[in-house]
Write a protein that binds this ligand. Structure first.
Ligand code: NAI
Length: 459
């Protein structure tokens, strides 16, 4: 192929959430696009992250339902979890979505290039002996599961990558890290029948969330008999025959069949030619301005390699933003604090906007209200506990944060994000009718209470 024929308006390096969203939007806007991917389009989210883990969490919910039928007057028996059955269900979900995504790449008329690409100049990406030239380049190479110095991966010590395809349910699991991945996997393993211990260095689980959420989760996990050791730093992990043993700073040891390391994800930016092309990196992350420009004209970055929330939907939004920016549409800058966050453990956590503490720092005086799901009919029917916490800034009166916990509460994040994104006043939301009986009502009730007219709650 001649160099001219291999020239595009945009060359995108990485076909995960950020990369493919950018490709699709750019194609819709009439730009010519090459998308380079070394593995499978869909990236971490589809093949090793969001989708497979949520399938496991759904299988976990089914196991719990089977176990707890009696609670609802239905006689069920729980026998066991057949991991090969779980995998064929999970892989079926991935397979259908993957096929759909491949179809979308084709129907958008995108040039899909399979192979490992490298940025070889500010306008070229080289894949093998093929040189793709782009008027613009978008870096979207994603992230990998990190480990700690001294905790060597292999055998019984693994990250979520390997834990996704275990062929059996381990009887005892230690989870290192009580962040998002840690609590989701702890939840799955517990429902599948493993004895689970979480080791978290910080004083609480899901430390990025409002402290009230951590407290409720810890209470719920305790009830489920998941042990959470918080404020616990690991000093050593070793494998010996059938067991893996972690030693904590306190001298305490925890022995299990498997150690899942979930201590964060790092950016995939090494040896890709980024620094040589003039792109600024900080601890491996690509530094951009708010318009996702790297500082090298025509080179942008999106997704997990850009510091901030490492979430697929942030990647989608950034990919779309960059495509529109390149097409001259001057899109509005993405507000990181408006991005919704859902953690799919049982009970689920959903939040958007500022925690009470962060709101206090930004706005000065704040007030908050916690609506207990005890007063919510649908949550009682589901036999779940939790709350909706709404944080309001005194200066503007607007809602600046919503924090929710309870079974299925992830589904409520959509309305919460509209409330925070549109800087709604509690009165605005209180005036909207919420369907009864739904868990969605709990959001309405919290705002009714904040507006001074509580219904199924005390003022
Ligand atoms: P994370 O940053 O959420 O949590 C890592 C946890 O490990 C932290 O709480 C940290 O204090 C702890 N830790 C670090 N070093 C430790 C040590 N030496 N001993 C004990 N604990 C230690 O990272 P995680 O859970 O690995 O997730 C990676 C990324 O993937 C996150 O940014 C997350 O947002 C994203 N993700 C999002 C999901 C969702 O939105 N539902 C699901 C899974 C991952």
């Amino acid at each position: 192929m001649t160099a001219e024929a291999d020239s595009y308006d945009i060359v995108i390096l990485g076909g995960g959430s950020g990369g493919y969203a950018c490709a699709f939007r750019a194609a819709e806007l009439g730009l010519s696009v090459a998308l380079v991917e070394k593995d499978k389009v869909g990236g971490t989210c589809l093949h090793r992250g969001c989708i497979p883990t949520k399938a496991l969490l759904h299988a976990a919910e089914v196991a719990d339902t089977a176990r707890e039928g009696e609670k609802f007057g239905v006689k069920t028996t729980f026998e066991s979890v057949d991991m090969s059955g779980v995998h064929s269900y999970k892989d079926g979900v991935i397979g259908r979505l993957y096929k759909g995504l491949q179809g979308l790449v084709k129907s958008h008329g995108i040039t899909y290039v399979e192979g490992t690409g490298r940025l070889t100049s500010p306008t070229t990406v080289t894949v093998g002996d093929r040189v793709l030239t782009g008027k613009n380049i978008v870096l979207a190479t994603g992230s990998y599961a990190k480990t700690l110095p001294g905790v060597e991966l292999g055998g019984r010590i693994m990250t979520s990558d390997q834990a996704l395809s275990l062929d059996h349910v381990p009887s005892r699991v230690t989870v290192l890290g009580g962040g998002v991945i840690g609590v989701e996997f702890a939840s799955v393993f517990n429902s599948f029948g493993s004895e689970v211990t979480i080791v978290e260095a910080l004083p609480r689980l899901v430390a990025a969330e409002d402290p009230a959420i951590s407290k409720q989760l810890e209470r719920a996990f305790k009830k489920r008999k998941i042990t959470a050791l918080t404020g616990a730093k690991l000093t050593d992990a070793s494998q010996d025959g059938d067991v893996v043993t972690v030693t904590l700073e306190s001298g305490e040891t925890v022995t299990s069949d498997l150690l899942l390391v979930a201590v964060g994800r790092g950016p995939v930016t090494d040896d890709l030619g980024y620094a040589e092309a003039g792109v600024t990196l900080d601890r491996g992350y690509v530094i951009t301005d708010e318009r996702l420009r790297t500082g090298v004209p025509g080179v942008y970055a999106v997704g997990d390699i850009v510091p901030g929330l490492q979430l697929a939907h942030r990647g989608f939004a950034q990919g779309i933003f960059v495509a529109e920016e390149i097409a001259g549409k001057q899109p509005a800058v993405i507000e990181e604090s408006g991005i919704p966050r859902v953690t799919y453990c049982e009970p689920e956590i959903a939040s958007v906007g500022l925690t009470e503490e962060a709101a206090h720092e930004r706005h000065g005086e704040v007030s908050s209200y916690e609506y207990n799901l005890g007063g919510n009919g649908k949550s009682q029917i589901l036999a779940t506990q939790g709350f909706v916490k709404v944080v309001r800034a005194a200066d503007t009166g607007a809602v600046v944060g919503v924090h929710m916990i309870g079974a299925r509460m992830g589904e409520q994040v959509g309305e919460a994000q509209l409330i925070v994104g549109w800087e709604a006043l509690p009165d605005d939301v209180a005036g909207l009718i919420h369907a009864h009986p739904t868990q969605n009502e709990s959001l309405g009730e919290a705002h009714l209470a904040l507006a001074g007219k509580p219904l199924h709650a005390h003022a």
